[in-house]
Design a protein. Structure first.
Length: 72
């Protein structure tokens, strides 16, 4: 099982992108996402976007991550 965080794409330059989540920005690769667009939510694992998510699901997942962070 992997733990992956949903990031929202805020910059795209070819196969490289910048995603935002939980107050952080990360450089990620979007090689596996067909036609990525700014504003898309993607699941990121090991620096690669591996799946596109709908906004509702992404926001629910981020809320769960915030709850887990607050507990720790």
């Amino acid at each position: 099982m992997c733990l992956a965080i949903p990031f929202q794409l805020v910059e795209i330059n070819g196969s490289a992108a910048v995603g935002e989540a939980l107050g952080m920005r990360r450089e990620i690769r979007v090689d596996f996402i067909p036609e990525p667009k700014i504003g898309d939510y993607v699941i990121v694992h090991a620096g690669f976007a591996i799946e596109r998510l709908g906004e509702t699901q992404a926001l629910e997942d981020l809320e769960a991550w915030e709850e887990m962070r607050d507990v720790l």
